[in-house]
Design a protein around this ligand. Structure first.
Ligand code: GLC
Ligand code: CA
Length: 519
C-alpha cells in the first residue's frame, strides 16, 4: 500500500509555514502505525515553483524549503527502519526554464543544449509551428525572440519540454535515476509519463469530435501526436533495465493520464519490461457508481498483461479529493471508497488525508498559488483546494505548523477532519483505513488472490478475492441484499457489524460496505 505525500503540505518542522522533509521524518511513526509500505513524495528537488516543484531546476539537489540531501538520506534510513520505502517524483517531460540546460539552450541556435529541447521555426506568417495546446491552456509554443524560434511546452512557458529523441537527454536522465537509486530511493513516480516523446515531425493534432472523451473536447483536439508515441516505450524499457539492475530492484510508477484502458495496458509492456505500475485515470475519473467502476475494473483486469499489477487511486495532488468528488462529503460514501481501494486486486495508493476523509478546502482568490487556478479562476479554482495542509490536530496551526504561523495554503475544515481526533476513535475513518490495511496484510487472498466479479443486484458491487474473501459495496441510496453467502463479516464500514455471522441474504444499508470471510 502506497501513500502519496505532498511535502509542502504534510508537516512543517521549522515554523516557516511550509512542510519539509524533517516534518515527514517526524511523522514516520504515524505512517508505520497506519501500515504504509511506501511513500511517494511529490517533487522535493530544486524548483522556482512556477508549478510548485514540477518545474525542476536541479534534478539532483533538494529544494532548500524542504531541507537538505542529508535530511533526505535520513528520511530514507529512518523510513527503512520502519519498513517504509521512499519513492520520489521524476519529472522528465520538461525542466524549469531556469534549469542550466535551458538557460544554455536559449543562448543561441548552436548552443550545446539547444537540441535538448523542442525548437521549431514559425510557420510562414509567424504563427506557432503546429496546433498543439498546453495542458494548462493556451498554445503549447512560446516564441524565443532572440533566436526567432518557438520552443515547446506542454504545460507552462516556464516548463520547456525536453527533446527525448536526443540521446544526451536519455543519458542525463539515466544519471538522475542512478543518483537517487544509489542513495537508497526505492523508485519513482514518473510525471506525465505518456507524453515525454513527441511526434518527430511535429504534426498537427486532429480536431476533437463531439463524441470524444471530455479531455479531448476541453483541448479542442485529440492528443494523437503529442502523447502516447511508440518510442516512449523504448525509454520505459531502458529505465526498467536500470531499475532491475539494482538490488533490491527499484519500482517505476507512471502518471499515465490516458483516456483508454487499452493504451494504459501498453505501459506495462510485456508485463515485466516497462512500468511496474501505471496510474489508472479512467478509474479515477469514473463516477462513484457500481456499474461504472465495475466496468473499469473488469476491463482493466482483462487488458493488463498476465502478471501485471493494477493501481487503484481516488485522489492525488491534481484532482478533487475522493471525499469530495466521489463521496460528495458524505462520510458513508467516503468509507465505502476507502474499502474499495484497499480490497481490489492491485496496489492501492492513498493520498495524504484520504485516510481521515479529508475534503477539498475552500481557497479564496487571494490565497491561490496554483498557476492553473490563477488562470481559470473563478470557473475553476485549480489544485490548491486539494493541496491544503494536513490537519493533524484541531488547534491553531493544525499540528502542521506553529500556532502563530500562517501556512502557505489555508486549511480545510480541521474540526471535521483531523488525525488526532480520529486516531483513538474505533469507529473513525482513520481506524477503518488502518484496520483494512492490517487485514489485507494478514490475508493472502486479499494481497494476491485472483479477482472475480460476483453477480449482484443493481447498485451493489461485489467481487471475490482468492478462495474465501468477498467484498460487497452498496453504492446506492437504497437497501440492497446479496444472496448466497455464508461466513463472517471481517470488517464493515459500520464497525458495529464486524464479526457478524452471515447466512442467508446479507442486507446492506445505503453506501454500506463489508469484507466477508466465507466459510
Ligand atoms: C503532472 C503533475 C502536475 C503537474 C504536471 C506538469 O500532471 O501531477 O501536478 O502540474 O504534471 O508537470
Ligand atoms: Ca518548514
Amino acid at each position: 500500500m502506497l501513500y502519496q505525500i505532498y511535502p509542502r503540505s504534510f508537516a512543517d518542522s521549522n515554523g516557516d509555514g511550509i512542510g519539509d522533509l524533517r516534518g515527514v521524518v517526524d511523522h514516520l511513526e504515524y505512517l508505520e502505525w497506519l501500515g504504509v509500505d511506501g511513500v511517494w513524495l511529490s517533487p522535493i528537488t530544486v524548483s522556482p515553483n512556477a508549478d510548485w516543484g514540477y518545474d525542476v531546476a536541479d534534478y539532483c539537489a533538494v529544494q532548500p524549503d524542504y531541507g537538505t540531501l542529508s535530511d533526505l538520506d535520513e528520511l530514507v534510513a529512518e523510513a527503512g527502519r520502519r519498513a517504509i520505502r521512499v519513492l520520489l517524483d521524476l519529472v522528465p517531460n520538461h525542466t524549469s526554464d531556469r534549469h542550466p540546460w535551458f538557460v544554455d539552450a536559449r543562448e543561441s541556435r548552436s548552443a550545446r543544449h539547444r537540441d535538448w529541447y523542442v525548437w521549431a521555426d514559425p510557420k510562414t506568417g509567424g504563427s506557432a509551428p503546429n496546433n498543439w495546446v498546453s495542458s494548462f491552456g493556451g498554445p503549447a509554443w512560446t516564441l524565443d525572440d532572440a533566436s526567432g524560434q518557438y520552443y515547446l511546452h506542454n504545460f507552462l512557458p516556464e516548463q520547456p519540454d525536453l527533446n527525448w529523441w536526443n540521446d544526451h537527454v536519455r543519458d542525463a536522465f539515466d544519471e538522475v535515476l542512478r543518483f537517487w537509486f544509489d542513495r537508497g530511493v526505492a523508485g519513482f513516480r514518473i510525471d506525465v509519463c505518456h507524453m515525454i516523446v513527441k511526434d518527430a515531425d511535429l504534426r498537427d493534432n486532429p480536431p476533437a469530435r463531439a463524441d470524444d472523451h471530455w479531455m479531448a473536447r476541453v483541448f479542442g483536439q485529440r492528443s494523437i501526436y503529442n502523447a502516447n508515441q511508440p518510442e516512449v516505450h523504448e525509454i520505459l524499457r531502458r529505465w526498467r533495465r536500470l531499475a532491475d539492475s539494482y538490488d533490491p530492484p527499484r519500482v517505476l510508477i507512471g502518471e499515465t493520464n490516458v483516456e483508454e484502458l487499452d493504451i494504459l495496458a501498453r505501459y506495462y509492456g510485456r508485463g515485466d519490461d516497462e512500468l511496474h505500475l501505471a496510474f489508472n485515470f479512467p478509474f479515477i475519473n469514473a463516477a462513484f457508481d457500481a456499474e461504472a467502476l465495475r466496468a473499469v475494473v473488469e476491463t482493466t483486469e482483462h487488458l493488463l498483461p498476465a502478471d501485471a499489477w493494477p493501481v487503484w487511486t481516488g485522489s492525488n495532488h491534481d484532482v478533487s479529493r475522493l471525499a469530495t468528488r466521489w463521496a460528495s462529503s458524505d462520510p458513508e460514501k467516503s468509507r465505502a471508497a476507502i474499502m474499495m481501494l484497499l480490497t481490489l486486486r492491485g496496489t492501492p495508493v492513498l493520498y495524504q488525508g484520504d485516510e481521515i476523509g479529508l475534503t477539498d478546502a475552500t481557497v479564496t482568490e487571494q490565497d491561490l498559488h496554483d498557476p492553473v487556478g490563477r488562470r481559470f479562476w473563478p470557473a475553476y479554482a485549480g489544485r490548491d483546494p486539494v493541496r491544503s495542509p494536513m490537519p493533524w490536530r484541531d488547534e491553531p496551526g493544525g499540528g502542521f505548523t506553529d500556532p502563530d504561523v500562517k501556512p502557505w495554503l489555508p486549511f480545510g475544515n480541521i474540526a471535521a477532519h483531523n488525525v488526532a481526533s480520529q486516531r483513538h476513535r474505533p469507529d473513525s475513518q482513520l481506524q477503518l483505513t488502518r484496520d483494512l490495511i492490517g487485514f489485507r496484510k494478514r490475508t493472502p487472498d486479499l494481497q494476491t488472490g485472483d479477482s472475480t466479479q460476483t453477480p449482484a443486484p443493481a447498485g451493489l458491487w461485489a467481487w471475490r478475492r482468492g478462495e474465501r474473501i468477498v467484498v460487497a459495496l452498496n453504492l446506492s441510496d437504497s437497501h440492497n441484499a446479496l444472496e448466497g453467502l455464508t461466513g463472517t463479516i471481517a470488517i464493515a464500514t459500520d464497525r458495529t457489524r464486524d464479526g457478524e455471522p452471515v447466512s442467508g441474504p446479507l442486507d446492506l444499508r445505503p453506501w454500506e460496505g463489508v469484507v466477508v470471510t466465507t466459510s
